[in-house]
Ligand binder design. Structure first.
Ligand code: MIC
Ligand code: SF4
Length: 641
């Protein structure tokens, strides 16, 4: 029986456990990446571990999110990360060098390696045949300290790509089609492995768009084989010696097969406010648009922007549209500048932003009131753009560029263009913005700005827990709901006491105050609670406010891990009807918590309504110990001290 590619790579990295679907295994992590908005916490945690140098093959710290420096906070955080990276042996990618996932793909990726990143779109590197997983900052810092990473062996879904994409239909449309079919929670506990004849038409940047947005399926990761197309990319990056061929065995076994016929795919868009709310551009119709934003780790490659430049060449952006473009890396920007494509973009009237996440994380370019914004990004969650009344549609670069000219959402097939020079034999290689760490970091002084506050620590699990349901929410609550991020709040990613005041603020302004008044409590949620980002802040802010546990119908993978790491109980309704019986401000009581956690089943008494209900805990043996010790750092320190 043949083995799929996911199992092949996992087998080579397994440290303990048996490689069988559903089992928990520990894998060795070759590389880690952090970005600045999760990085400060990750490095504070690393410092607390008391090691001298990171133990991975290579770890990289990127600065790409918190780029607007409206006060000292972001610049201080960048400096902290640069000095702490230098001390602990971590490569540092300077602000301006590009978005972590784009730069990692260009300069650090390696087929067959494992990568753990403190960002949910880390799976982008699966585009070159890696197992790349997003995680909370603490798990990434533990990997830097040489600890293995624990995962549940995922189900492996084969996505069989049949045929070839039609003109003006792009790989963004492939992943939007998959989101339409699988939904934002369809991928939890799964890895999507791509194969089929369609592969030979998809370049690495196109593949990376798909693996990137696999995060929106809730998947553990996504992966493509490493083949001739991958070799082309590595040659152009002058890294062919790091390439190797990797593919599934002939008769490889999968848990399920999905067929996508590329010949029949048409341009799609994800409508507000969810990446799986997908329809064809034709069906949505020619709605008037106000803004178009092109970039983000999903669609900011050289190939993407060359397409955009060729669409815009000789044309002007519609008078009522603001077009903003943020290239994914300095390499991309420099290539466009030197070959003249940037001139075509500028002359169309586009606004050029720096090489960073920018509007994708609400760092500027928030749309106007009630505006409609087309974005080539991966998330259109409510409020994420920084404007609550805005409506965000996720589209391909082709759709975005064509619509920027027409001023209405437009099917790009209406402007058929023969694209040329979408790939190159040699990219401009200049790694001077990637700073190598000191050989001997011992004497490096870490610089810490006044905005950097210590991270909150939980206390050991108490046997009796009483508290009110301080919030009841529905399905698919995102980490953007829990801990909103925008240009005003992002500078406080290193300051949990301040940030926690804004917990849930986009949907419930009084949340933080209510939790404080009630001395903590519980949150009740629906399905897929905590989907979206890897930000630990969505667990650390509730922890700081005194939240003891979340009771939900189901959890998203990374957020559940972050809750456990923070010592917050992630409880799952045994009977989902109980969700309907609980109201906000009901008082709940857990007796005998320690024993119940060990048994992974808790009986909760609803004192207000006088009934009891059961919840399950899907925890490994180690998770149980972590919860009992009051979080992963407390737990780990017990063994390190
Ligand atoms: C995102 O796209 O939501 C982010 C911002 O990159 C997050 C990380 C963060 O919140 O800092 C992610 O995807 O993990
Ligand atoms: Fe940055 Fe947006 Fe990608 Fe997150 S999704 S890493 S904010 S570009």
């Amino acid at each position: 029986m043949g083995e799929n590619l996911v199992y092949k790579i996992l087998r080579r990295h397994i440290v303990n456990g048996e490689l069988k679907s559903g089992n928990t295994i520990n894998i060795k992590i070759d590389n880690t990446l952090t970005q600045d908005s999760t990085g400060t916490m990750a490095y504070l945690q690393l410092e607390a571990m008391g090691i001298k140098k990171v133990k991975t093959e290579k770890s990289i710290a990127f600065i790409d999110h918190n780029m607007l420096q409206q006060g000292f906070e972001n610049a201080d955080d960048h400096r902290y990360i640069q000095t702490v990276a230098d001390k602990y042996g971590v490569y540092f990618s300077k602000p301006g060098n590009g978005i972590c996932h784009q730069v990692y793909l260009e300069r650090f990726s390696k087929p067959g390696n494992t990568l753990l990143g403190s960002d949910s779109h880390t799976p982008t590197a699966g585009g070159v045949g890696m197992i790349a997983i997003g995680a909370g900052g603490l798990d990434v810092s533990l990997a830097m300290a040489g600890k293995s990473y624990s995962i549940k062996v995922p189900e492996v879904i084969k996505v069989n790509l049949i045929g070839k994409l039609n003109k003006m239909v792009s790989s963004k449309d492939i992943i939007l089609e998959l989101l339409k079919r699988e939904t934002v929670k369809g991928g939890v506990g799964k890895v999507y492995e791509y194969s089929g004849e369609g592969l030979k038409y998809l370049s690495v940047p196109q593949r990376a768009t798909i693996t990137n947005m696999g995060a929106e399926l809730g998947a553990t990761t996504s992966i493509f084989p490493s083949d001739e197309k991958t070799l082309e990319f590595f040659k152009a990056q002058k890294r062919e010696d790091e390439w190797k061929e990797l593919k599934a065995d002939e008769e490889a076994v999968y848990d399920r097969v999905i067929n996508i016929d590329l010949n029949n795919l048409i341009p799609l868009a994800a409508k507000p406010h969810s990446p799986d709310n997908v329809d064809s551009i034709e069906n949505i119709g020619n709605i008037k648009i106000n803004q178009v934003a092109i970039g983000s780790c999903t669609n900011s490659s050289y190939e993407d922007l060359m397409k955009v430049a060729q669409i815009l060449k000789g044309k002007k952006v519609n008078k009522d549209v603001s077009l903003v473009i943020a290239p994914g890396s300095r390499q991309v920007m420099e290539m466009l500048a030197r070959n003249g494509a940037l001139g075509d973009i500028i002359s169309s009237g586009a606004r050029i932003l720096e090489n960073s996440c920018g509007p994708c994380i609400g760092m500027g370019q928030s749309p106007g009131t009630d505006a409609i914004s087309l974005r080539t990004f991966n998330r259109n969650f409510y409020g994420r753009s920084g404007t609550l009344s805005a409506n965000i549609y996720l589209v391909s670069p082709e759709t975005a560029a064509v619509s920027a000219i027409t001023g209405v959402l437009t099917d790009p097939r209406k402007m058929e263009i023969e694209f040329e020079n979408l790939s190159v034999d040699k990219f401009i290689i200049d790694d001077s913005m990637i700073i190598k760490p000191s050989e001997d970091g011992e004497n490096v002084e870490v610089e810490r700005g006044p905005n950097i506050k210590p991270f909150p620590l939980n206390v050991e699990l108490k046997n009796e827990i009483v508290g009110k349901v301080v919030l009841k929410v529905g399905d698919n609550i995102t980490t953007d709901h829990i801990m909103p991020s925008n240009a005003k709040l992002l500078p406080y990613r290193s300051n949990i006491p301040y940030l926690s005041k804004f917990c849930f603020s986009t949907i419930d302004k009084d949340f933080a105050e209510r939790v404080e008044e009630n001395d903590g409590g519980f949150i009740v949620g629906g399905d897929n609670y905590g989907q979206g980002s890897s930000r630990e802040h969505a667990a650390l802010a509730p922890l700081y406010l005194g939240i003891k546990g979340i009771i939900a119908k189901s959890f998203a993978r990374i957020h559940k891990a972050n809750l456990i790491n923070s010592g917050i109980l992630p409880m799952i309704f045994c009977n989902i009807d109980d969700y309907n019986k609980i109201e906000q401000m009901d008082e709940l009581k857990i007796e005998n918590a320690i024993n119940s956690v060990e048994k992974r089943r808790i009986t909760i008494k609803n004192i207000t309504k006088d009934f009891s209900f059961d919840v399950d805990l899907d925890l490994t043996d180690t998770d149980v110990e972590i919860i009992k010790d009051g979080g992963k750092l407390n737990h780990t320190k017990k063994y390190i001290d």
